[in-house]
Design a protein around this ligand. Sequence first.
Ligand SMILES: *Cc1c(COP(=O)(O)O)cnc(C)c1O
Length: 446
Amino acid sequence: MDLVQKDLKYIWHPCSQMKDYEELPPIIINHAKGLYLYDTEGKRYADVVSSWWCNLLGHCNERINNAVKHQIDRLEHVIFANFSHMPAIELCEKLSQIVPKGLTKLFFTDNGSSAIEAAMKMSFQYHYQTGNPQKKKFMALSDAYHGETLGSLSVSGVDLYSEIYKPMLLDIIRVEGPDCYRCKYGKYRENCNAECFEKAQKAFDEHGAETCAFVVEPLVQAAAGMKIYPPIYLKKLRACCDAHNIHLIADEIAVGYGRTGKMFACEHAEISPDIMCMSKGLTGGYMPMALAAVTDEIYNAFYADYNESRAFMHSHTYCGNPLACSAALEVLKIMEDSHILQKAKSNAVYFNKLIREKLEDYEFAGDIRSIGLINAIELVKDKKTKEPFDSKQRLGYQIYKEALKSGVLLRPLGDVLYFNPPLIIEQEDMDFVVDVLNKSTRQILG
Ligand SMILES: *Cc1c(COP(=O)(O)O)cnc(C)c1O
């Protein structure tokens, strides 16, 4: 039996219709370096989706490899209740200087969804313990994505992932979110006043008293198709949360760590959330780990004599794993030493210009949007009416398969093609991947 047959015999792959693997078998990756993955036959693929948005500084980064190798011979793991270790302490000391001001304590979990779950439980318990037990609901935007465990899936609003499970999920206050490409107010993201915030305002007026937290992806609803909205929306959200004693939980799992051109997307709006969740870029894409950063005010509501039963009784076996912490610590050092953010910023200008040059006039490129190195091209049937293609045609998937032949891993979100590459991508790589995207798209759509 060859490797592919063995794979399909034993493995159920995530987020896939396994029947699709009959025509497109799994690509078995042997090794990787920088932007590129290499399969068992030596064929190269440009990983412009950062392997589900987590690979931050390229694959097999020498410095991160060495940091993990060094750590593995000292301590691979230790229980994190009552025990601690150097990599965790150093990481949190460094991070506390970088996160938005007011966030002072860091709580470890072991993946993004579990960080959202922890944040939701913290917020609920905070209100319970500060005399507001009636605050037990959550607000979230339409088209949100916050993970796929039951709590995080409840606040998510992308039907593709949640529809079937609705009978199992929490009752959420869903707020119709911004939709800048198809703005119902006839405005533009660059200069609007977030007129669409009136929908959120209404939800706050009606449900503010029973709500403990608003969970939001700052500036980019990534899984929804890299939908970008203006900072003014976040500013208004912060003000409304303050007015109603509601926590603002910023899900920076996808957009944090420089993806939008700043370390955290919240910085564009000059706001601080009450809880901020980080994961994907945190370890450079090396190991599963996540963090919830919280304020002193929240932390202090849990701090009491043991018998008052106020502690946060939440744990994941692998939280604070030393190997993951050593990778995460090295990521921060590299970002600092190598001026990663500054370089990514100037490359982002080049990348976006290149994409516009090649695709702006293309008859099916409805919207080209970008922030930092994130660039998305939404394909539509009719540019004037913005009418989408029939999703049953699976055009994004056809383009994905075409681009793979030329060595680029695109994995579109429906008919939204996008790039979310590691921050170290070079200009010659950009030339290559934009060329392949352009050719593959025209090959399929004409
Ligand atoms: C990926 C993601 C999550 C979930 O993280 P997992 O590690 O996959 O559980 C949550 N929120 C956002 C915005 C994400 O992109």
